[in-house]
Design a protein around this ligand. Sequence first.
Ligand code: ADP
Ligand code: GN1
Ligand code: MG
Length: 369
Amino acid sequence: MAEPAENRLNEALAAWNFGGQIVGAVRYGKGHINDTFCVYVQTEDGGCARYILQRMSAAAFKHPDQLMANIVGVTDYLRSEIAAAGGDAARETMTVLRTRTGATWFTDSQQGAWRVYPFIEGTVCLQAAETPALFAASAKAFGKFQRMLKDYPAHTLYETIEKFHDTENRYANLMKAVQADVMGRAKGVEAEIAFAQTRQADCSVCLQALREGRIPLRVTHNDTKLNNVLIDKATGEGLCVIDLDTVMPGLACNDFGDSIRFGANHSAEDERDLAKVNFDIGLFEVYTKGFLEGAAGTLTREEKAYLPWGAKLMTLECGMRFLTDYLEGDHYFAVHRDGQNLDRCRTQFKLVSDMEAQWDAMQAIVEKY
Ligand code: ADP
Ligand code: GN1
Ligand code: MG
């Protein structure tokens, strides 16, 4: 287990020149993976500046050097695309702030890996789709992200997490965790294990289409939760796609699907009352329209046909990942209470059932656009 990030916070803060006096650094955001802090700085002219300081998760990322090389490569590329389109590159993509020695990240005395981004001001980060218009805005931003990276040299990207959206492998890992049952928790989750087992064949659907060359490998984001896009407060538009840790070759339908999983419902990911967890087909339509508008013709006909599968499989896969982590003792996803990963698994599986019940309607919507 990694030590609390707070133990090395001062060491990390000292590695950067923030252009003024640090007033404080406070835990920030609702991500499950990295330790994120907001750094408040009084600038030399008496103003105030904020930065995002993160200790990258050692449980998730084995090679911070490769991770940062990906992020610098992708953000440099996006910066020139945005500038060429007349946009504001400092707000529409992230910038990696160099350390005092000019490096893109810093290693503390306990091998913790840290990085800093200027805080993108004038934005909001949503934990739920408060209105259909905001969900549409996120959809356009993720679709556009896909389009902007369509010619990015995929071979230059490292695989930051091996087999990240290999749903077959996620299933196999769940079964290994059930067998090992290191926490003695398997007995209490037999229904959830059975739920995954009856869907084992589904885990191969998109991967098989890829193997048969029916859908292409693209440069994708792979973690397209609503809280991984910043919405411009002034315009309500999706301004900047963040959390670029998993930008890697992947499937367009998975980027689409992961957003549906998180945003096309009205409940928290860890809601305990499953009666409140319902897949909203209306929001599915809103997202489909926005994503395809943003992607503006980048997706093939075949890829579009797999969008409903992306939604169902990203939801099933995420549920299996939460269940695996619960069985293994909650080492991967940050938890703030007992049983939280199991609660998260249950919401995902409820959404999968809902999608199965509305499968024809999902396909009809995708056909329409
Ligand atoms: P995690 O991988 O743990 O989800 P993220 O990179 O998504 O970490 O960051 C966590 C949260 O921090 C985001 O959801 C967002 O609220 C905030 N955040 C991250 N980067 C920025 C930024 N450059 N400007 C403003 N907020 C940010
Ligand atoms: C994690 O990093 P964050 O909180 O945006 C996870 C995603 C999961 C998601 C579930 C690198 O996303 O894959 O879908 O939690 N990210 C990583 O909420 O594993
Ligand atoms: Mg995030």
